[in-house]
Design a protein. Structure first.
Length: 260
């Protein structure tokens, strides 16, 4: 059965993404227009996501609604596929293992975080922080505490963390500083919403070759690889009980918490 897909473009703080949702508001996925990465929640909707992205880029409008094809029906026309890949750049799709790529997409940061929900964690995605269009990619609340997570993609590049600095192929990046500021803002919003005596810690999730040379202080921002998302949080000491986790997560899901 056909429905509608809505495509919106989000450009803030150096990010440039397309977000695709169904008419119910359910998320279909996103396209990162800088890295070319396509993140789809349901593999059966990948064709619809790619068609929606192509139609949006052709239309050049702030928002686009279009029909959703039946799940799993048809890939893009070869010319449309070529046009989309030309826009996104990235890999040569004729030379990669598509099955392996789909399996990798299935282990996105979003998916890895949601797998923690069976272990007492709760996660909120795309938190609208303030009125300036800023989004917290992932907010994780669980036994080990409260964390904001931001993703940064540097496939094939060397990422080195030493002290409070992070470098990509020798070039200093502000990711850790930004993560600290984001965590501070989230902590302030939660405190203002009556979540007393909490601490929020920023996490940078790196898609690339990460080397951490020094251990950061216990409450400072830190960097991990996508592959380590689950194991790192599982290994942390317990700080919050289930009732506290549920209460904080409930507040975090209220739009009013983030509208100030």
């Amino acid at each position: 059965m056909e429905g509608l897909l809505t495509v919106r473009r989000w450009r803030r703080y150096g990010a440039d993404r397309l977000y695709v949702t169904q008419e119910t508001g359910a998320r279909v996925g996103s396209v990162d227009l800088q890295s070319g990465e396509i993140d789809v929640d349901d593999p059966l909707l990948e064709g619809g996501l790619r068609r929606a992205a192509q139609a949006y880029l052709r239309a050049d409008v702030p928002e686009l609604a279009l029909s959703l094809p039946e799940p799993g029906v048809g890939a893009l026309d070869p010319r449309d596929e070529a046009a989309l890949q030309a826009w996104l750049g990235g890999e040569d799709w004729d030379t990669i293992d598509l099955d392996a790529l789909r399996r990798e997409r299935g282990s996105s940061v979003r998916t890895r975080l949601e797998r923690l929900c069976d272990e007492g964690w709760q996660v909120v995605h795309d938190v609208p922080l303030g009125r300036q269009g800023s989004l917290v990619e992932h907010l994780l609340v669980g036994p080990a505490g409260i964390f904001t997570l931001s993703e940064h993609r540097h496939p094939g590049q060397r990422v080195v963390v030493e002290g409070r600095t992070l470098e990509v192929d020798g070039r200093s990046m502000s990711y850790l500083r930004d993560a600290r500021l984001e965590a501070t803002r989230v902590q302030g919003a939660l405190l203002a919403a009556a979540c007393a005596a909490i601490t929020v810690r920023g996490v940078v999730v790196v898609h690339g070759d990460l080397e951490v040379r020094t251990v950061v202080p216990e409450h400072d921002a830190f960097a991990i690889t996508r592959q380590d998302v689950q194991s790192v949080f599982r290994a942390m000491p317990v700080r919050l009980d289930p009732a506290r986790i549920a209460a904080v997560a409930h507040v975090a899901r209220q739009r009013a918490t983030w509208s100030h």
